[in-house]
Unconditional design. Structure first.
Ligand code: ADP
Ligand code: LRH
Length: 501
């Protein structure tokens, strides 16, 4: 039998990548997953008039390039899976054609709609029926915005496909709705495990758009003959993975048995823990935690934190001013900057939109009576320290909700390449950070394909394979002096955060 080979597409808000995974023997006679990156491409919002869009067809084209590359380089994947960022979608007409370019979740059309929907259905009821943190980008608000605006696209739509399902449809011709993405819509009832049709009706969202969800591990179907002909490749089969990137990343966390805490660190920071069932208590609602459907029938209790987006945007501005700058260089400059000079509350809504991030950070500091960071290093340090303090805040809130005490934090995702952030996080939370793997979403995507192929029995065995295959770097908790200064910084952070809510 030839070694199982799988192809994973992982599309994040800042970049997309395609990786090949191959099962191989390790030195001890066990198995490991060997991963090779085939293709990486940038992803960004495209502004057209008032709206922000994703360039979905270019993303599809990059995926095709990757499929061709896989075979050209001698790999023969039997299956592939697609995971992407959450909440966004495309609409298909009655001929199965895409109606316009999908909106980007940062499109301003949802401004003020959290409050407006609350007038129609109380926050308590919405939380019971949707289980999500109240984020302006949740699919429910995007569709409500279209419904209120009398969108002709919504009127003409027959089917809604969430982004990974849309890309799979372009490649296979099969329309499906994968469960983990469905749970990012706030329109899927976590207890009844079905679409919330009464709420759709109340908001003018046509219920006919939604397909019955299928679970990660389900087989979808092969590449269409057109795609195979165009790329000159065999009809490899699409598997429904944990198509929400966060859930794929969680599936790859190299945790053993028992409760664990994780931080998926990319454009967003998702700090959470795995549960068997959604936690829909008034306390979870008051602390505004999400319950997202995960791989293997799990629920993920997690907090969505603004994340490295703030730094990405500053980076983008410096680059657009002609300053050549890598993320590694920026982290090095932050390390040289003075500690705790000024802090921000990362989840202040001013940091959400793509507009003048450097100025936003500086204004926040000015308005709160702190020294205004000027240099790139000062600005980056302010953002990274503030994120680490927010992680402590969210971790402690999560402990209140679950009654667990977590001995440390697993960090995964592109953001862990920022070693300073990992160190700051260990210092802020006062415990160990175990960082790895970087490409967790792509790896979790592969692991679900391997489960579907019968190569791994279940999620637990898949996590063991992840632990046996990828390096994990430990950042020890703080030395006593660091514990003290980070404790003081946390007090300052709490005072700032209290100004917000
Ligand atoms: P997404 O999947 O949301 O697009 P990633 O998981 O790829 O995001 O993480 C992207 C982030 O990782 C960037 O915003 C950047 O801050 C960080 N990053 C990437 N490479 C490096 C690096 N070499 N050094 C430090 N940080 C990095
Ligand atoms: C992270 C993520 C996150 C949010 C956001 C839209 O990439 O999927 O879980 O939902 O993107």
């Amino acid at each position: 039998k030839t070694a199982a080979t799988v192809l994973a597409f992982d599309l994040g808000a800042s970049s997309g990548r395609a990786l090949i995974g191959k099962l191989a023997a390790n030195a001890e006679g066990g198995r490991k997953l060997e991963v090779t990156e085939l293709h990486r491409f940038p992803n960004y919002a495209v502004q057209v008039g008032q709206h922000l869009h994703w360039d979905i067809l270019r993303l599809l084209q990059e995926m095709k390039v990757a499929i061709r590359k896989a075979f050209q380089q001698g790999y023969h994947p039997s299956t592939f899976g697609v995971d992407t960022w959450g909440v966004d979608f495309g609409l298909l007409d009655s001929h199965g054609e895409l109606l316009g370019n999908p909106y980007h979740y940062r499109d301003p059309q949802t401004e003020g709609l959290i409050e407006e929907v609350e007038q129609l259905l109380s926050r308590e009821e919405q939380y019971q029926q949707g289980g999500l943190q109240f984020m302006p980008f949740n699919t429910i608000y995007q569709l409500y915005a279209m419904s209120k605006a009398g969108s002709p696209k919504l009127a003409a739509a027959e089917t809604l496909l969430l982004t990974p399902d849309l890309l799979v449809y372009f490649l296979t011709g099969k329309k499906v709705c994968e469960f983990t993405m469905a749970t990012t819509t706030q329109l899927f009832h976590p207890e009844r495990q079905q679409w919330n049709e009464p709420l759709m009706q109340q908001l003018g969202i046509p219920a006919k758009l939604f397909l019955e969800p299928i679970h990660p591990g389900s087989r979808i179907g092969p590449l269409t003959s057109e795609v195979c002909g165009e790329l000159d490749v065999p009809p490899i089969e699409a598997i429904a993975v944990g198509t929400h990137d966060t859930e794929s990343a969680v599936a790859a966390v190299p945790a053993g048995e028992g409760a664990f805490a994780y931080l998926v660190c990319g454009t967003w920071s998702l700090l959470g823990t795995e549960l068997a069932r959604p936690l829909l208590t008034p306390e979870a609602m008051a602390l505004d935690f999400s319950n997202e459907g995960g791989v293997g029938g799990t629920y993920q209790l997690l907090k969505n934190i603004m994340g490295l987006w703030i730094l990405q945007e500053c980076h983008r501005e410096w680059e657009s001013q002609g300053q050549e700058l890598s993320f590694a260089q920026l982290a090095a400059e932050a390390e040289q900057a003075e500690p705790f000079r000024s802090l921000i509350h990362p989840d202040d809504l001013r940091f959400y939109s793509p507009s003048g991030m450097i100025r936003n950070v500086q204004q926040y500091c000015e308005e709160t009576g702190q020294p205004v960071p000027q240099s790139r290093g000062e600005i980056a340090r302010c953002i990274l320290e503030s994120l680490a303090l927010k992680y402590r805040y969210a971790l402690e809130q999560m402990e209140q909700l679950t009654g667990e005490v977590y001995s440390g934090l697993h960090m995964v995702g592109g953001g862990i390449q920022n070693r300073l952030l990992c160190r700051f996080t260990a210092n802020a939370i006062g415990r160990s950070v175990w960082a790895g793997p970087v490409e967790a979403s792509a790896i979790g995507n592969m692991l679900v394909q391997l489960i579907a192929q019968g190569e791994c029995a279940d999620l637990q065995e898949a996590r063991q394979l992840s632990a046996a295959s990828f390096e994990v770097v430990t950042y020890e908790g703080p030395a006593p002096t660091d514990r003290e200064v980070w404790g003081q910084a946390y007090e300052a952070y709490l005072r700032l955060a209290a100004l917000q809510v």
